[in-house]
Design a protein around this ligand. Structure first.
Ligand code: SF4
Length: 471
């Protein structure tokens, strides 16, 4: 049953119904509501784990399990979950696990190139509205076909990074050498094909590793391969339907959409697994300039991130190519049920004194970080009063009455800002101008209407703002 159609009552019927509070909720119905929102797991209801309740547990598990299986790669703190999704489109519920981004290294690369690429993987980090955007995995490829070279490369990769690994070789003997070097890291094995599936499946079972089923440009073959692997006992499968170079973008989008649609709607057996996209395929197209390859790869990656992939493998490591991909990914995979917000309160910026300006904004994360970084960048020592607007931007919060004169006056009092500054002058955003009179009346503070855009704060403060207007 699609996640959006599940009701707490259906789940409640399967719970023990004793209202014992062991799960931390006031009663079983409250726990059922959390389960429906996937904010709790069945394991938190201890009475349900009693062997006598196995039938109820299994029924509930079948109702609550994601349409796309959650597959774990890696171990410990660096473990990643691929898939685990319930819906086709985010607005129908939410997405849970953003696609992992893997960069590749090859077993014939020189030490310098190999190490540089791993360091880019390890060090890539960008602070974006309170989130740290980073890369996730290292794909070690056998280009030599030589087991010992591959084993050495995997060993080196495992020493250089703690991030999860993906081992790429189609020859089972080569894969075995790679697994000998890093099976304890639970790498993703790439790949089982129609020709090698049995030996790859045996390796996956022996080392308890997830396995990619690969059948490029052949969806029937992919489904058949996945079902064969399932029957052989493989539980953690990732599907690779093949990724064509950029000129076949339409075919790529169709393929990934069909696969995910079928998985979510339960139309086909064997397709409820994470999907792997390989924008790295862009490098196989003829082009004289590697920048063109990287540009095509970034386009492919962006398209596949929007089209349900759960892991993508890229070769380009330039910031201009990677940054848009991680931005897109983080924007798409935020939870639409929860506004992206920061804590409300009084934030000192720089080294404010008792004569420094006090500026007002809302707790929508994008608004807050934009305003704070504009003020910081302009080196305006100040206090930023952040009002709880339930995660709405200034304009929407004013229009939707999530920021009113009352909430601003309350924030002034609760923040104790009057103990920090001598003056009583508040700069409000230009987009909240219509609240100025009311705020002044309710708070007793002088209200100055600042610029419409926070990029104008520095010049506003230096040219127009007076802490003591009457003085
Ligand atoms: S632990 Fe289980 S039985 Fe007890 S209140 Fe929670 S859901 Fe109900």
């Amino acid at each position: 049953m699609p996640a959006k159609e599940l009701s707490p009552i259906e789940i409640y019927r399967g719970l023990p119904g004793t209202n014992c509070k062991d799960c931390g909720e006031a009663n079983c119905m409250a726990f059922a509501a959390k389960l429906v929102n996937r904010e709790a797991t069945l394991e938190e209801c201890k009475p349900l784990l009693d062997p006598g309740k196995a039938e109820s547990y299994n029924k509930l598990w079948a109702l609550l399990k994601p349409a796309v299986k959650a597959v774990e790669v890696g171990v410990g703190d660096n473990k990643l979950i691929l898939g685990g999704e319930y819906v086709l489109y985010r607005h129908e519920f939410t997405y849970f696990h953003q696609p992992a981004m893997a960069v590749d290294v090859g077993d014939e690369m020189g030490d310098e190139e190999f190490e540089t690429r791993v360091h880019v993987l390890n060090d890539f980090s960008y602070d974006y509205i309170g989130m740290k955007l980073s890369l996730d995995m290292l794909a070690v490829r056998s280009t030599s076909g030589d087991p010992s070279k591959f084993g050495e490369a995997v060993k080196k990769a495992a020493e250089l990074t703690r991030k999860p690994l993906m081992l790429c070789a189609l020859d089972p003997a080569v894969m075995e050498a790679g697994l000998d070097a890093a099976a304890d890291r639970r790498p993703l094995i790439y790949a089982a094909t129609r020709d090698n599936w049995q030996k790859m499946a045996e390796l996956a079972l022996k080392h308890s590793c997830p396995l990619v089923a690969s059948s490029p440009m052949d969806l029937d073959g992919l489904k058949s391969l996945a079902l064969t692997l399932e029957a052989y006992g493989i539980k953690d499968i990732v599907l690779d339907p093949g990724t064509a170079p950029t000129e076949y973008m339409g075919a790529n989008l169709d393929t990934f959409t069909i696969l995910r649609w079928d998985a979510i709607n339960g139309e086909e057996e064997g397709l409820g697994y994470p999907l792997m996209g390989a924008p790295i395929a862009a490098w196989t197209a003829p082009a004289e300039d590697p920048v063109l390859h990287e540009w095509s790869e970034a386009q492919l990656a962006a398209a596949l991130i929007t089209r349900f992939t759960d892991i993508i493998v890229v070769h380009g490591i330039s910031g201009w190519a990677l940054l848009p991909q991680v931005f897109l990914r983080s924007n798409l995979y935020t939870d639409p049920r929860k506004p992206v917000s920061v804590e409300a309160g009084l934030m000192p910026i720089g080294n404010p004194t008792e004569d420094s300006p006090v500026l007002l904004t809302t707790n929508f994360a994008l608004t807050y970080y934009t305003v704070a970084s504009d003020i910081e960048g302009a080196k305006v020592d100040s206090y930023l009063l952040v009002v709880d607007s339930e995660g709405m931007s200034v304009e929407s919060a004013v229009a939707g009455r999530k920021m009113t004169a009352e909430t601003v006056a309350e924030a002034i009092t609760n923040s104790k800002v009057s103990e920090k500054v001598k003056h009583r002058s508040l700069i409000i955003p230009g987009r909240a101008a219509r609240l100025s009179g009311e705020i002044q009346e309710l708070s007793g503070w002088n209200v100055a209407v600042g610029p419409m855009d926070s990029s104008g704060i520095a010049s506003y403060v230096s040219d127009k703002w007076k802490p003591y207007p009457e003085g």
